[in-house]
Design a protein around this ligand. Structure first.
Ligand SMILES: Cc1cc2nc3c(=O)[nH]c(=O)nc-3n(C[C@H](O)[C@H](O)[C@H](O)COP(=O)(O)O)c2cc1C
Length: 211
């Protein structure tokens, strides 16, 4: 049986680069992706990536197709943020897992409150109630007590809070190495094999074990 798709929601926090890289890696790994992009996310994509996505699912898919190969684009479904007929809107057809990357404080609050006022909040609500993995990648600094309480609330409901918070112990040589640090952690949570970074301890010199 084919693996169920991964739902990827992009919201309007800084760090659109994480979402674009995650989308590319998931599609290249042969996974079907169900993508939803908020209107503020389109603004951030234009500012940070010079990627101008039109409103509407068909326009977004066409614009992304210019950056993907044919096999990858066949695996990509895009849904409008008000598309209540999308598969991810119902617990009867949930994805394997959902990632909100990057995740704004606003969408975090909407999920924590169970608002389901747009497709992203609704699909996250479905993931929680169906006990499917839900990975939120917040990008904000500093964080208020409200942000912290919302993170705690969704974590207690079963979500994984995975801040866009790269480490530097892998000695990144480029910005893409920094981005890959966060994307690798997301893939680990999804249980998807990757070789974006060396694994901790994998390059240990056995001779040093005697010290
Ligand atoms: C360039 C830009 C950067 C932003 N960065 C952040 C951010 O890092 N974190 C955040 O929570 N909101 C950020 N915002 C604010 C959100 O986009 C705004 O709160 C929006 O209403 C969120 O809507 P959404 O969750 O539906 O995408 C940013 C907005 C812009 C225009």
């Amino acid at each position: 049986m084919a693996e169920r798709p991964i739902a990827l929601a992009m919201t309007g926090a800084s760090g659109a680069c994480y979402a674009l890289r995650l989308l590319q890696v998931l599609l290249d790994a042969g996974r079907a992706v169900q993508l939803v992009v908020s209107a503020p996310a389109r603004m951030v994509l234009a500012m940070e990536e010079d990627l101008k996505l039109p409103a509407g699912a068909t326009g977004i898919r066409t614009a992304l197709a210019a950056h993907l190969d044919d096999a990858a684009i066949r695996r990509l479904s895009v849904y409008a943020i008000e598309d209540w007929m999308a598969p991810i809107a119902s617990g009867s057809n949930p994805p394997a897992a959902m990632v909100v990357c990057p995740c704004t404080s606003g969408t975090l609050a909407g999920i924590a409150a169970g608002h389901s006022r747009n497709l992203i909040e609704r699909a996250a609500d479905v993931a929680l109630k169906e006990r499917r993995p839900l990975i939120l990648v917040p990008r904000e600094t500093s964080v208020s007590v409200i942000h912290l309480e919302n993170m705690l609330r969704v974590a207690r409901a079963g979500a994984v809070i995975l801040p866009a918070n790269p480490g530097f112990y892998h000695r990144p040589a480029s910005l893409s190495d920094v981005v890959d640090f966060v994307v690798a952690r997301i893939l680990d949570q999804l249980g998807i094999d990757h070789e974006l970074l060396p694994r901790w301890g994998a390059q240990r010199d056995p001779a040093q074990d005697d010290d």
